[in-house]
Design a protein around this ligand. Sequence first.
Ligand code: FES
Length: 82
Amino acid sequence: MPEAADDKMLCYCRNVRYGVVRKVIAEGDLRSPEQVTAACSAGSGCRSCRPEIEELIAEHRRRHRGLLRWLRRLFPSAGARG
Ligand code: FES
């Protein structure tokens, strides 16, 4: 499924767009819908947008893990102790 555009509305109750939610998740490395709600108020109304918020968190985690794998391949000794 194609990724929703940043300017698409995600939370109609609070007028928060996908791009804003992506930004607060990335900047704060947020891991729960409650953290997202605290950061930008998305999900604090009817809560019907929570599945989308959870999907954006999961998307961020997948990207984060992919970046870490890539960095470990580039710098295999980074983080090694001894
Ligand atoms: S659409 Fe987000 S809380 Fe209602």
